[in-house]
Design a protein around this ligand. Sequence first.
Ligand code: HEM
Length: 396
Amino acid sequence: MTTRTLPDLFTWLEHARLAGDVHYDERQRSWLVLGHPEVTSVLGDPHRFSSDLGDLLPRQEDLELFRRGNFVQMDPPRHDSLRRLVSRAFTPRVVAGLAPRITAVTEELLDEVADARRFDLVDDLAYPLPVIVIAELLGIPAEDRPVFRRWADALFERPEIGPDDPLTRMMDDQRVRAVAPVLREMNEYLLRHVRARRAAPGDDLTSGLVHAEADGEQLDDEEIIGFVGLLLLAGHITTTATLGNTVATLDQHPDAAAALRADPALLPDAIEEVLRLRTPFPRLARRASTDTVVGGVTVPEGDVVVAWLAAANRDARVFADPARFDIRRTPNPHLTFGHGIHFCIGAPLARLEARIAMELLLRRYRTIAVDTESAVFRNPWVMLAPTKLPVEVTPA
Ligand code: HEM
């Protein structure tokens, strides 16, 4: 559990909603956007709501270097040029071709704990599976994953962040100073990787980026760092979260678990419902580029706007009985992967990994019981994800 007692995120969000689907929060010094149509409208208009919050971040060389090719924090046209360089690698059709490899990796990981009646679902499956898959796509040694885990923990482990904090506190002066050594290690590691691929290209995405052109120019090595770093981190932390969240949710809903064992074809919809209720990234930040109206409220130019995906996903105007876990919920237009030009490029991959892993887990084990006393979750204000999920299993 988190080290400081914070209000329950969802109770707080429901309370906040009473002040309006769009309203200013003095403590967070930002506009909170909580409704589904309002979040959709913010994310859908990059011209009014910019993803570049660089002006609000401290000037620090390691951070700036990492941000150079990090296209999730860019606006058009540069965002679109960079995203296009990799979008073809992540279409549902191309990703479907990865199914045999994802299955083989899952089988190998489960074979390693085959004799155990108790193992850690995060350490033994939910963490290594997506890291191995994305590292292989990028041509990065998957054995270095303990290092990647240390980076992700350093960046996302923020037990103190809560309703009293502006989102920009995630990366204020003090924080950047504290994580600078990690950012530097990450940049240096990725730079070595990019240079090695430039010298000896392989059949991987990094080698493709080394030769790719955006707006008629080749990317330089330092731009590729942020690009590859974004794919490496975004490509696993949230999928790890989703696998852990799925097992934890099914543990609380044995009827749903039984229905999925009986009919695994229900798994894709069940995973969508976990994604809706346990949104790994609960909120996204934007900045108003101009005075603009959203949900009938005027937001002044330059203000920070926080799109609460976790609240939009429980908007009763869109989801009947929104807090209920319903594995047959259709349609399920959750916003967990975002919306608009930044819509998650890895959604097809994350969905495929989650489906294959859950299918194999349910096939191998007749029961999977979470040891809730020993489970550890990240601070949900930062990310909804277990970091330790010990399970006791009975083979099928
Ligand atoms: C963007 C969530 C898995 C790569 C996003 C965004 C969200 C998100 C909410 C939008 C950010 C914004 O608008 O500011 C998730 C969740 C995942 C997941 C919940 C798993 C369940 C993945 C995977 C990859 C990936 C597996 C690996 C390829 C990216 C990239 C972007 C992105 C590169 C930036 C896209 C852009 O700016 O155009 N993701 N993601 N994500 N995601 Fe994911």
